[in-house]
Ligand binder design. Structure first.
Ligand SMILES: Nc1ncnc2c1ncn2[C@@H]1O[C@H](COP(=O)(O)OP(=O)(O)OP(=O)(O)O)[C@@H](O)[C@H]1O
Length: 643
């Protein structure tokens, strides 16, 4: 078979350049990545053999072997797992499928310091390519289980790689690195030293459920005292293979947990939080869950895979087990090991299994209670959590009614109380004024747009705190009018506003009655004239500066939500809103006077002013005018008359 030469895909080439030019200081992790890939390949083969009786594969002694050759300065990581076909090698090794890669590479180029660059690569992980940190040539020999021919892939990482079909290759994959010269200043250690290999495997891969064996060296150099006689020596198993989730907490160090997390998540940075759960009784299981320290790039993309692995009695069953975690907690990674499930369990069966549903509920509650504890015990860590995952967690307010209050309890919101620091609802409630019954909020595109909205005026004047909700998802969950601690969340742009102490409310009601009489003719006339666009015109108690604003009825859908539904292709009827006038504004009192004096005798002039008042209110809240050209014409006409 001829040797074919291929070019790496552009992103792959860029990534390889970074590896070759050593931007990541801790080079030891290349071995963790190779062992991790080998372990995944063994998991895959065991599963495939379980599901497909006809698979012609040897599963009698699945393991990982590390071989070193001091003379040739090579290191080989070998597994007898699933292997790869010719096309899979081209696809999986020559290209990068991860959709976040392009963004990562952009950010990377813009990173100003080495520390920033390292932080970025820590968030990303480059798997197999990390071999090029320590090797100047990498060869991968692989044969897919069940196939007869193998494939040899070789590259120096410089833009191209070669592929050749080989007739005799063992099942599985062997990755051989031709090591760069040792350079301890650059953290390039002696990777042919058994001592070093033992140390790295112990540190990073001890929990791997397959044996990681090291063949004895031919001439056992400095380490070789035990090999003095000529008897053939057994390979040494380097890892304990103990499932961390099955060990008691005081036996496992944080570092060990973190390494398991990195193996499961392909994330190179440590998790923010480790969560353990042991369920005893009729349905026994253990869970070891992790909250990452940063959100992955594709968290909001369709097809994002959830990171819970399912094991049954220590045997890996599946990745991305969506039946175990609600979608709004999809960022949680980890392992769940159940005692009483069949090894053959399918995704469909899991979705319907009552025990799994109970497990799902319990895991979700456990994650939420952990976040709650973090919130009170470690506010800074919680702040990181919220910054990274707040948006996705809030999706739960729409879908998980049982936990809605718990989710609200661990949520934070931007607030008028503090320009920089968000608030929790508990803190908001503690600051509520005497006589204030509700938690007030306003939704909008940005903090600035909300703060400038006329709806905020009375709240600002009375010093009543308002939550500023700017995520698109906020628009949707608030519609269900949830409550926290018995206090309902209320939009400041909906319904009547009634602020202040009991006494102030009474005074305001008396004043409103008097005003109501004074303005009743104008309000009736405007309601009639503007009936095509609004359902009522009334006096406002929420304005102090602006002449008018538009509000929604308490339970009506807001225009932003209407627009969102329309964008999703749903047919929603236009909901008419309410125009509120500020009787303290000269434009409104003037209009009232003019209407009382001239009434219908004025022709179209007053009606046009009423229309303009409505349009100004719409613009002030950032809304879109129904007929902008008519607005411009009427406005220009009035401006002209001022000259
Ligand atoms: N030893 C192996 N046996 C079988 N397939 C492998 C092996 N090593 C790598 N692969 C295949 O190549 C793919 C790419 O590997 P690589 O290590 O670059 O990325 P990854 O493990 O998927 O993710 P990450 O880049 O986050 O580590 C793997 O997903 C796997 O399908």
């Amino acid at each position: 078979m001829p040797t074919e030469t291929f070019e790496f895909q552009v992103e792959a080439r860029q990534l390889l350049q970074m590896m070759i030019h050593s931007i990541y200081s801790n080079k030891d992790v290349f071995l963790r990545e190779l062992v991790s890939n080998a372990s995944d390949a063994l998991d895959k083969l065991r599963l495939e053999a379980l599901r497909d009786d006809s698979l012609d594969a040897d599963v009698s002694d699945l393991h990982i072997a590390i071989e070193t050759d001091r003379q040739a300065r090579t290191l080989t990581v070998r597994d007898n797992g699933i292997g790869m076909s010719h096309d899979e090698v081209v696809q999986l090794i020559g290209t990068i499928a991860n959709s976040g890669t392009a963004k990562f590479l952009r950010d990377f180029k813009e990173a100003e310091s080495t520390a920033a660059a390292e932080g970025l690569i820590g968030q990303f992980g480059v798997g197999f390519y990390s071999s090029f940190m320590v090797a100047d040539e990498v060869t991968l020999l692989t044969r897919r289980a069940g196939e007869s021919q193998g494939t040899r892939w070789t590259s120096t990482g410089e833009g191209t790689y070669t592929i050749e079909t080989v007739d005799s290759a063992p099942q599985g994959t062997a990755v051989t690195l031709r090591l760069k010269p040792e350079d301890t200043d650059d953290q390039l250690h002696d990777y042919v030293s058994p001592w070093k290999i033992r140390e790295i495997v112990k540190r990073y891969s001890d929990f791997i459920t397959w044996p990681v064996r090291m063949a004895p060296e031919a001439a056992d150099g400095a380490d070789g005292a035990e090999g003095a006689d000529d008897a053939p020596r057994e390979p040494e198993t380097l890892n304990s293979m103990k499932a961390l989730w099955a060990r008691s907490r005081d036996e496992v160090t944080d570092d060990e947990y973190h390494e398991l997390y990195k193996h499961i998540s392909h994330d190179w940075s440590a998790p923010l939080e480790t969560i353990r759960l042991q369920a005893e009784g009729t349905f026994e299981y253990q869970a070891l869950l992790f909250i990452p320290s940063h959100a992955p790039q594709d968290l909001f993309m369709q097809g994002y895979q959830r990171g819970i692995q399912l094991y049954v009695k220590r045997v890996f069953i599946m990745d991305d087990c969506e039946a175990l975690m609600p979608p709004y907690l999809r960022f949680v990674k980890g392992v769940v090991d159940a005692q009483d499930l069949s090894l053959n369990v399918s995704r469909e069966i899991l979705q319907q299994d009552r025990q799994i549903q109970l497990m799902h509920r319990r895991l979700a509650k456990k994650v939420l209670s952990t976040v709650k504890d973090m919130m009170s015990a470690e506010p800074e860590r919680y702040a990181t959590f919220w910054r990274e995952f707040g948006r996705v967690l809030k999706e739960g307010l729409l879908s998980d009614f049982e936990n809605r209050e718990a989710i609200l309890g661990v949520s934070s919101f931007a607030t008028t109380h503090d320009k920089d620091e968000p608030t929790t609802l508990r803190q908001y409630v503690e600051r509520m004024k005497d006589g204030q019954e509700h938690i007030f909020y306003l939704t909008g595109e940005s903090r600035q747009a909300i703060e400038n909205s006329p709806h905020m005026e009375a709240f600002r004047a009375k010093g009543v705190e308002v939550l500023l909700l700017t995520d698109p998802v906020d628009e949707v969950w608030v519609q269900a009018e949830p409550a926290f601690d018995g206090k309902q969340l209320r939009s400041v742009a909906k319904g009547e506003v009634d602020l202040g102490t009991e006494e102030e409310k009474k005074e305001a009601a008396t004043e409103r009655e008097g005003r109501q009489q004074e303005y009743s003719d104008l309000l009736g006339w405007m309601t009639d004239r503007l009936s095509g666009t609004v359902k009522e015109v009334r006096l406002s108690s929420r304005l102090t500066v602006s002449p008018a604003c538009i509000v929604s009825d308490m339970h009506d859908v807001t225009p932003a939500l209407e627009n969102m539904y329309r964008a999703m292709g749903q047919d929603v009827p236009q909901v008419k809103r309410i125009l509120e006038l500020n009787p303290g504004h000269p434009l409104v009192s003037g209009l009232n006077r003019a209407h009382a004096e001239r009434g219908e005798g004025d022709g179209t002039g007053l009606q046009e002013t009423a229309e303009l008042l409505h349009d100004l209110a719409l613009l002030a809240e950032g809304g879109e005018l129904g007929d902008p050209s008519r607005f411009v014409r009427l406005m220009a006409d009035r401006l002209e008359r001022t000259l």
